[in-house]
Design a protein around this ligand. Structure first.
Ligand code: FES
Length: 161
């Protein structure tokens, strides 16, 4: 059973070299969510490839205005879902997506749920907030810079959803 100290060490190790950070050109799907608990936000891009007749995730990347745990979970999660179908990835909950970091301390569970929410937003065709790849700004930051456009709507998720 991992301790909070183990968890901290694993987060720091993931932060030292975060994987799949940044926007993904030519993504097939994108999802953005915000956490109602802390106000942090995360966007995830997903690109697919065909492999033996299956449509699997070729690459997933992320950007976040989030805490260190959210960055660490997104980093390991984008690696975990590579090679999976959208359905397989959607079957992973926040604990599964954060599994390489060990058990999440209670106060950090919503950070992993932010990652799960962005993934669901990108992959779930029934997601009300599924993003249109062509309609979103290339970076999360650009989404919030004044461009004279319409106000931005961000879906906030609570940990109870
Ligand atoms: Fe907001 Fe971790 S404190 S995502």
């Amino acid at each position: 059973m991992g301790t909070e100290k183990d968890f901290r060490a694993k987060v720091e190790s993931a932060l030292a070299q975060p994987k799949n950070l940044g926007e993904l050109e030519d993504a097939d799907a994108v999802g953005t969510v915000g956490s109602a608990e802390c106000g942090d936000m995360l966007r995830m891009w997903v690109k697919f490839r065909d492999e033996d007749g299956r449509r699997v995730i070729d690459r997933a990347t992320f950007q976040t205005f989030g805490c260190e745990t959210a960055i660490a979970v997104a980093s390991v999660a984008t690696e975990l879902i590579t090679g999976k179908t959208a359905e397989e990835a959607l079957n992973m909950d926040s604990q599964a997506l954060a599994a390489p970091l060990g058990p999440l301390p209670p106060l950090k569970i919503h950070c992993a749920q932010l990652v799960e929410g962005a993934l669901r937003s990108a992959l779930d065709p029934n997601s009300a907030e599924q993003g249109d790849v062509d309609a979103v700004a290339p970076t999360l930051l650009q989404s919030f810079q004044g461009d004279g456009g319409a106000p931005k709507k961000v879906v906030l998720r609570t940990s109870h959803e």
